[in-house]
Design a protein around this ligand. Structure first.
Ligand code: HEM
Ligand SMILES: *[C@@H]1O[C@H](CO)[C@@H](O)[C@H](O)[C@H]1NC(C)=O
Length: 491
């Protein structure tokens, strides 16, 4: 009996895999021999370009429409602002995140806002916009950030910046910023403090589990055939075994916090979880999913933006000087700037927008077409095609930013000294349209607080002045080998 069930099961899975492979092959055209597809399959681009995104930028620049098609994987990629507006706003309904994307992240994110479409997305979006817009939660977020800067970030940097010795410690700034961001995002999302950014740079089970889970989930998307990771998941082997272990660590912690919060009372708490507990009263899994999405959305994006910022700044001493001047003018006592003072720092705001233009943490982002369609530039889209926009390439387009597009010029964001926002479809680093990043204002406030606190106090210098970023593949842009710097205390 048992053997025949096993046999039946085995035949069924084999047939099913064979069928999936056939469907995959018929949909994806693995035989395409165009230049783009050949480069993609043979990886010949690695001879000329360091980063995958730089190769795509090159292809997009040379396409008359600003759009390319990688036929072998059914992916249309665009850098054309008209297409971006069409996908993200005009025909938003035809370009959801879609199943292929959400299955990759479904074990980690569940039904969280980041990973769903339709009604479940609408419900969370409404609730979250309301919460994130409230004064109470904004000032809670701001206080959390300032506290982490004051009690952790500055002491850690100061301890490495011994200006009386010749030998200064080399510091991985990317690691420091990721710890900073993890602490801040956990405090904001759950109201708990993982304390990753201590002078001893301790390891954290939770942070490690979260890193591993994001990494393996992202790697699922790079597997040639989805059936491979699905089989591994079914039999609980290899990377899929590690993923499920990491997710268990995350879940234990999340459910523990939810239970405790329910016991101790959440009404007076200002973290996101407590706020959501008021509206979602009886579904712990859903609550867990909601906050994990925020953790994923807020953590690496902010640290990657800051890592990019300090990389560019170290090569632009004039900009550094102008930021110092502005910070000292608006906040002459060298305290921590208030929310209001940060709002008056237009040059700082411009410099930050300019650095994310060149180093967007989300280099590209994909949707899946529900129905056949034609994009404004004439590109034909077939039902099921993956359609991506590419903020990294868009930041490097002469036809969007002018001949000086590769230069770091905060001035391009200023008019008579006042900050002027750009068309979000030309600058979709926070996405744009109906599903624009919910944490945009908070992320910018967070970054401004860090820069305004560090730049007057320290000179942060690359160990190798000619440092050129090399990215590791993943959900957010991360520097391979970290960001080695030396920190010098000023005065
Ligand atoms: C510089 C920092 C950040 C950048 C560049 C950024 C960028 C983005 C992008 C490109 C998306 C769209 C992703 C997609 O739909 O596939 C997004 C969505 C989102 N972001 Fe951010 N983000 C940043 C920081 C944050 C922070 C700090 C938070 C939370 C406090 C946050 C919360 C969210 C949420 C909840 C969504 C999903 C919105 C929805 O699906 O309706 N983000 N972000
Ligand atoms: C898309 O972005 C991710 C990280 O943001 C990166 O790892 C990947 O190489 C990018 N792909 C392309 C085609 O630029």
């Amino acid at each position: 009996m048992a053997t025949s069930t096993a046999f039946l099961f085995f035949s069924f899975t084999s047939l099913f895999s064979l069928f999936s492979v056939l469907v995959f092959i018929s949909r994806m055209k693995p035989w395409c021999n165009c230049n783009t597809c050949r480069g993609y399959l043979t990886k010949s681009w690695t001879n000329t370009f360091t980063n995958f995104c730089d190769w795509f930028t090159h292809l997009l620049k040379n396409s008359p429409t600003g759009t390319i098609h990688v036929h072998v994987v059914g992916n249309i990629i665009t850098s054309n602002p008209k297409n971006v507006e069409y996908i993200l706003k005009t025909r938003f309904d035809n370009y959801p995140k879609g199943k292929p994307f959400s299955t990759l992240l479904s074990d980690l994110l569940g039904r969280g806002i980041f990973n769903v479409d339709g009604d479940s997305w609408k419900f969370q979006r409404k609730l979250a916009s309301l919460e994130l817009g409230s004064v109470a939660i904004r000032s809670y977020a701001f206080d959390t950030v300032i506290d982490e800067i004051k009690t952790r970030l500055i002491p850690v940097l100061a301890s490495k910046a011994r200006d009386n010795t010749e030998r200064r410690d080399v510091l991985d700034l990317q690691d420091i910023l990721r710890r900073f961001s993890f602490d801040v995002t956990c405090k904001f999302s759950f109201g708990t403090d993982p304390a990753c950014l201590l002078p001893s740079l301790p390891s954290s089970n939770f942070a490690e589990a979260f890193d591993l889970a994001s990494k393996i989930s992202a790697e699922r998307g790079m597997a040639a055939l989805p059936i491979i990771w699905k089989m591994k998941r079914f039999f609980k082997i290899g990377s899929e075994k590690k993923l499920s272990e990491a997710i268990n660590v995350i879940n234990d912690l999340a459910y523990d916090i939810i239970k405790q919060r329910r016991k101790m009372g959440f009404a007076s708490k200002k973290d996101l979880l407590s706020r959501f507990m008021g509206s979602v009263s009886d579904d712990d899994k859903y609550l867990r999913d909601i906050v994990i999405s925020f953790l994923l959305a807020g953590r690496d994006t902010v640290s990657a933006s800051l890592a990019g910022f300090f990389t560019i700044l170290s090569k632009n001493p004039k900009v550094e000087e102008l930021i110092r001047e502005e910070v000292n003018r608006v906040n002459p006592v060298q305290e921590y700037p208030t929310f209001d003072e940060l709002r008056q720092m237009h040059y700082l705001n411009a410099a930050i927008h300019e650095s994310i233009r060149l180093f967007p943490p989300v280099q590209n982002d994909s949707k899946f077409a529900e129905e056949d369609d034609v994009l404004p530039d004439g590109t034909v889209v077939k039902k099921g095609d993956r359609v991506s926009y590419h903020p990294y390439a868009m930041g490097r387009m002469e036809n969007i930013w002018g001949l000086d597009c590769l230069e770091f010029k905060p001035e391009r964001w200023l008019k008579d000294g006042a900050f002027m926002p750009e068309d979000p479809f030309k600058y979709p680093v926070f996405q744009a349209g109906s599903r624009i990043c919910l944490g945009k204002e908070m992320a910018l406030m967070n970054m401004k607080s860090v820069v305004a606190a560090l730049v007057p106090r320290f000179d942060i210098r690359m160990v190798r002045p000619d440092y050129e970023p090399r990215f590791t593949p993943g959900l957010t842009a991360c520097f391979r080998g970290g960001l080695p710097v030396k920190v010098y205390a000023r005065k």
